[in-house]
Design a protein around this ligand. Structure first.
Ligand code: NAI
Ligand code: 3PY
Length: 390
């Protein structure tokens, strides 16, 4: 007999049953569902990660849509319960076996765009925190060890005029690059499978122009213009950059992208930031590199065996570590909840899927009616769902 799971229920008599494995910030997402005749069940269990059995219990024998870690067992159970819709409250969906969802005809939603700046800001914060040894200095003060200014006390890295490297110059990687260029007048080198044309134009204006849009601004103000470079190989970024931030998706091409060999070609005093997914870095190799190179620093928001860190990482003073909070701003998390709910609602209602995952604003604007569409369904094409050109 399955152990009962504690839940909070909204609109108990709703026609459609929607289950959320986590309480999510804000209440707009709940109202959007209950206003459309949904019964909303929110899991209120204390533990952070639910077991498969917990989720099977939550699904029960009739369910229309929900959010968590997903494959054959859960999608088949969701399907048996009459479910047609699932949404990640995240833009990354490496935790979802989309082929299993396709097999059972379940739409897989995600939440792109709403978290771009929030995540990029955290990556920029980790860059600065690591470069200037802020956590070490804070702990030093709190330990009562400060007894006056010293020339060598917590000396770190200057960012201005240095080179920022981005691996994965998509939405978040490009937003991060712009922040580091604008904020610290850094020169950019990036590596991606695709050309980041918009990012390049931000730095240098029209590609044929000898001046740069931002660089031109600097130049007319008597400052050194910033530059960009698209690296032919990832190694070029690792070799040339002083600060490197990782923003690729996690898939088989990016698993352990940063390994012992690639750590070895980075500058001895470089800063490496990861706010993408933990397995993009071989974390055991990183721990050894941090031990052997005390001037090399990292800022990590994600970890290979999350929620655990590899042995030795937490002892490293040249590592700044935070618990997967890159998208944790109030506005963003409420927006992610709204998009996840609208993905589920839209599928239940048979709405078309928005064709452009970079235009989520129309779903987030509280002053205008919510479009009758699904914000982002990653397997829309495979399921033959109608695409909307809203
Ligand atoms: N720590 C956190 O809380 C958050 C983490 N993320 C992670 O960040 C990732 C990126 O999010 P977005 O920027 O919105 O996605 P995006 O799809 O806009 O950008 C990903 C970029 O990675 C590039 N890429 C893919 N394979 C590559 C490879 N082998 N080498 C180099 N580049 C490669 C793609 O071409 C694309 O430009 C998400 O998939 C997610 O895993 C996103 C939000 C919050
Ligand atoms: O959006 C994502 O991919 C996350 O990791 C959660 O913010």
């Amino acid at each position: 007999m399955a152990k009962p799971i504690s839940i909070q229920v909204w609109n108990p008599s709703g026609k459609y049953r929607v289950v959320s494995t986590k309480s999510m910030p804000g209440d707009r997402w709940i109202r959007l569902l209950t206003d459309q005749d949904c019964r909303v069940e929110i899991c209120t269990e204390e533990k952070t990660i639910l077991s498969v059995d917990d989720i099977l219990t939550l699904i029960g024998d009739r369910c229309d849509g929900l959010t968590e870690d997903w494959g054959e067992v859960l999608f088949s159970a969701l399907k048996r319960a009459g479910g047609t819709s699932f949404s990640n409250m995240a833009v990354g969906y490496n935790n979802v076996d989309v082929s299993a969802a396709n097999k059972y005809g379940v739409a897989v939603g995600n939440t792109p765009g709403v978290l771009t700046e929030t995540t990029a800001e955290l990556a920029a914060a980790l860059s600065l925190t690591a470069a200037r040894r802020i956590v070490e200095a804070d702990q030093f003060m709190r330990a009562g060890l400060y007894d006056g200014w010293l020339p060598h006390l917590f000396v770190g890295n200057l960012l201005k005029g240095q080179t920022v490297g981005v691996i994965g110059a998509g939405r978040i990687g490009s937003a991060y690059a712009r922040m580091m260029i604008e904020g610290f007048k850094m020169n950019l080198i990036y590596y991606d499978l695709y050309q980041a044309t918009r990012l390049e134009k931000f730095v240098t204006g029209m590609l044929s122009s000898p001046f740069t849009s931002y660089g031109q601004f600097l130049q007319v103000n008597g400052e050194q213009p910033v530059t960009w470079k698209r690296a032919a190989t990832m190694e070029d970024v690792l070799r040339e950059a002083d600060v490197i931030s990782l923003h690729p998706v996690l898939d088989k091409t990016t698993y352990h992208l940063i390994n012992k060999e690639r750590l070895g070609i980075m500058k001895k005093e470089a800063v490496l930031v990861n706010a993408s997914r933990g397995p993009v870095i071989d974390e055991a190799a990183l721990v050894e590199h941090l031990k052997a190179n005390p001037m090399f620093r990292v800022g990590l928001d994600v970890f290979e065996d999350e929620p655990l860190m590899k042995p030795g990482l937490s002892e490293q003073k040249n590592a700044v570590v935070v618990p997967h909070i890159a998208s944790a701003s109030k506005w963003t998390r409420e927006g992610m909840a709204t998009l996840a709910a609208l993905n589920v609602l839209g599928t239940i209602k048979g709405y078309p899927v928005l064709g452009d995952p970079n235009s989520m604003d129309k779903f987030l604007d509280k002053s205008s009616p919510v479009p009758a569409a699904c914000p982002s369904i990653v397997n829309a094409k495979e399921l033959g769902l109608q695409i909307s050109n809203l």
